[in-house]
Write a new protein. Structure first.
Length: 686
């Protein structure tokens, strides 16, 4: 480990980066005394962090030194799922893993599946060494879709990449649409910028089925039905057209497919959209007027709204709006869903797909892990999944239709390894658990999807217990599998260096912890979108060539509200404010704030069902059921219930969580999940 920087008599301060799946990617300062981290704070010198962390990560030391941290490798001793394990040495654990994987790999390495997501966003500890290992092995590919691919593809097919406004310039916007985002809970540093704009006279409009804490603080809240965002966007276009609130010059010079989009949008008068979205027609008209006549106008889109069947189309429709009014001309106008496409990450150098040596393994979508773990071998599927190596993810809690996921993980003939900090719901089903380091204990390097700075994370403390970084685990496994390619000897600092190569000044990263990418303030003021045409593509030839609609449209949910009398309520499952996906659920101080799993339900829906506030309820559909407390609240709109997530199953009232009822169906673009496209019924428990 490199020595901490800024040593002084009072201990030392080490610069790092928040590893969590959050657009803010904060710069951390960890104070270390006598080898122990005593405080984690936001770095005041980093303009996006501005010295502030969210409640979750400001308690990071509580997480790192949590009494439940897994400190040694563990081997299962009881039935799968029982959580019974005994400590073993690293050598025993690694030898056993290699001895189990070798015969499977000899038969067909595609029977081995990695399963990982954004438990850390670090480029090194996520896939830096892991991808090399799985490529060399020839394991099945994992399609990492569980969060953002529908929206990402929507952006790619419209703007050409995951690109957009620079977050700091929202401070100068005069109208901000906060669309599908509870920014106070999940994009705190953007919210600080939006507050600045509000103080300077900007109007803030929140578009979200749930009346979130963010909606409370905006000037207006538009509580549309889940999965109807494209209809709203098309109606806004309709109004922009009929009122001629358009920037004709920008459209002519920097867009593609205007006439066709115009024709499509004219099919969406506000009256039609109002009916589909379940909002008053006047609200749509007012929003269109505000958007068409306020300059600069900006949209902060987030990923919640794209977790429905038509999520990709919805993002396409919304991403067309700024070009129609010429909002991109101003640095404080445009749209931001993700900035990650700006980062010149050298993924080939990190992941080394050349190690596949011409093999083309099948791909398994992480969203359908429930079904896929239960499939037998077949010519279309390929070999049955015999081994699963899980890192940076907790699929038993977070993957949809968890009844099937649990059934799959419980298979006695499945060999499962889990790299983890804690004994999560997934770790309970492992054959071997390997203790992983936290962000305070390893090197990493980070891009961001909410700003345009690269951050370096230095280890602040030695690994707790016998924990090891993911990279070290995959290096050791590679050695035991007999992989002697030189790339498995790369150390973590070298991996950090190679992530961006010469595109980022690594000395600056070592020196100050972050480096800003040279992105123009208004990157599309004069067009120059990273599409094939260089224009904002209202019509996508690429989609049309694939047999899809080249224009954005409203695609009704797989399970539209009102379509099933047995399950009349639409359910969304946004994160509880103090959790981040399933991370932090076991941090007691945060769990104490959240209390217990809750379902927000409007009085209009609770009263006819005889549901009282605080009562235990059963939430169910044909996929399954879970139990939680009902909170009668205006945060839920009539007809929609909010099942706050994502609680660990074992901490819920009946050992289940909200994903018992979500489905494994996929989005229109990007093969993403449809967590918010889900019909349920709710009944009071006796
Ligand atoms: S979770 Fe987000 S807001 Fe919280 S510290 Fe990490 S990056 Fe910052």
């Amino acid at each position: 480990m490199q020595p901490p920087i800024n040593a002084n008599g009072q201990g030392s301060t080490v610069r790092g980066a928040c590893p969590h799946d959050c657009p803010d990617t904060c710069a951390l300062l960890t104070t270390v005394q006598d080898g122990r981290a005593i405080r984690v704070q936001g770095n005041p010198a980093h303009r996006h962090t501005d010295g502030a962390l969210c409640t979750k990560v400001s308690r990071y030391t509580e997480r790192s030194y949590h009494p439940d941290r897994i400190l040694t490798p563990l081997r299962r001793t009881g039935p799968k799922g029982s959580g019974q394990f005994t400590p073993v040495s690293w050598d025993e654990a690694l030898d056993e893993i290699a001895s189990r994987l070798k015969p499977i790999a000899a038969r067909d390495p595609q029977a081995i599946l990695p399963y990982s997501y954004a438990g850390t966003m670090g480029l090194v500890q996520s896939e830096g060494m892991a991808a090399r290992f799985f490529h060399r092995l020839g394991a099945s590919h994992l399609e990492r879709t569980i969060c953002a691919t529908a929206g990402g593809e929507g952006l790619v097919h419209t703007l050409g990449g995951k690109v957009g406004m620079k977050v700091e310039h929202f401070a100068e916007s005069k109208l901000i649409l906060i669309w599908g985002s509870n920014s106070i809970g999940s994009n705190l540093h953007f919210w600080r910028v939006a507050q600045q704009a509000k103080r300077d006279g900007a109007r803030l409009v929140c578009i979200d089925p749930r009346r979130t804490e963010t909606a409370d603080k905006c000037h207006e809240h538009i509580a549309l039905l889940p999965g109807t965002d494209a209809a709203l966007a098309l109606a806004l276009m309709h109004e922009l057209i009929v009122n001629d609130w358009l920037d004709h010059d920008y459209i002519a010079r920097h867009t593609l497919g205007w006439e066709r989009l115009r024709e499509r949008a004219l099919q969406w008068p506000p009256e039609r959209a109002a009916q589909v979205c379940g909002v008053p027609v006047e609200q749509i008209r007012r929003l269109a007027r505000d958007y068409g006549t306020t300059k600069p106008a900006a949209i902060r889109l987030n990923y919640g709204m794209q977790r429905v069947r038509g999520g990709g189309n919805a993002v396409r429709a919304i991403a067309c709006l700024p070009a129609l009014v010429g909002a991109w001309r101003d640095r404080a106008g445009g749209l931001l869903l993700s900035a990650s496409g700006f980062f010149p990450i050298r993924r080939q150098a990190l992941h080394r797909p050349d190690l596949l040596a011409g093999r083309t393994p099948r791909t398994i979508n992480m969203v359908t892990i429930g079904d896929d773990l239960l499939r037998e071998a077949s010519p279309t599927f390929g070999p049955k999944i015999e081994a699963l190596i899980v890192y940076d993810s907790n699929p038993v809690a977070v993957a949809p239709e968890s009844g099937k996921v649990v059934q799959g993980f419980a298979r006695e003939d499945l060999f499962t390894v889990v790299l983890e900090h804690f004994q999560t719901d997934t770790a309970d089903y492992a054959d071997i658990i390997l203790p992983a380091t936290t962000q305070l204990e390893h090197w990493d390097i980070h891009a961001s999807y909410g700003h345009t700075d690269v951050l370096l994370n230095r280890p602040a403390i030695a690994p707790v217990g016998q924990a090891r970084p993911n990279t070290e685990v995959f290096r050791a496994l590679a050695a035991r599998m007999g992989f002697d390619d030189p790339c498995f000897a790369d150390d973590d600092l070298s991996l950090c260096r190679s992530a961006f190569g010469d595109a980022v000044d690594f000395e600056q990263l070592l020196d100050q912890g972050y480096a800003t990418l040279p992105i123009p303030d208004a990157p599309f003021a004069d067009g120059g979108f990273p599409t094939a045409s260089g224009k904002c593509e209202f019509f996508s030839e690429r989609l049309a060539r694939q047999g899809m609609d080249g224009l954005p449209d409203h695609l009704p949910n797989h399970e539209p509200a009102g379509s099933d009398p047995r399950h009349p309520l639409a359910m969304i499952s946004p994160p509880a404010r103090n959790f981040l996906n399933s991370s932090f659920v076991n941090v007691k101080s945060l769990r104490d704030i959240e209390g217990e799993p809750l379902l927000e339900i409007h009085a209009h829906d609770a009263q006819p069902r005889g549901i009282a506030d605080g009562q235990l309820v059963r939430v169910f559909n044909d996929r399954g059921e879970y139990r939680c407390k009902a909170r009668i609240s205006e945060r839920a709109r009539p007809g929609v219930v909010n099942g706050l997530g994502i609680w660990w199953r074992k901490l819920g009232p009946s050992g289940t969580n909200v994903n018992e009822v979500t489905s494994q169906r996929l989005t229109d673009l990007g093969n993403g999940p449809v967590f918010y496209d889900c019909l349920v019924e709710v009944s009071a428990c006796a």
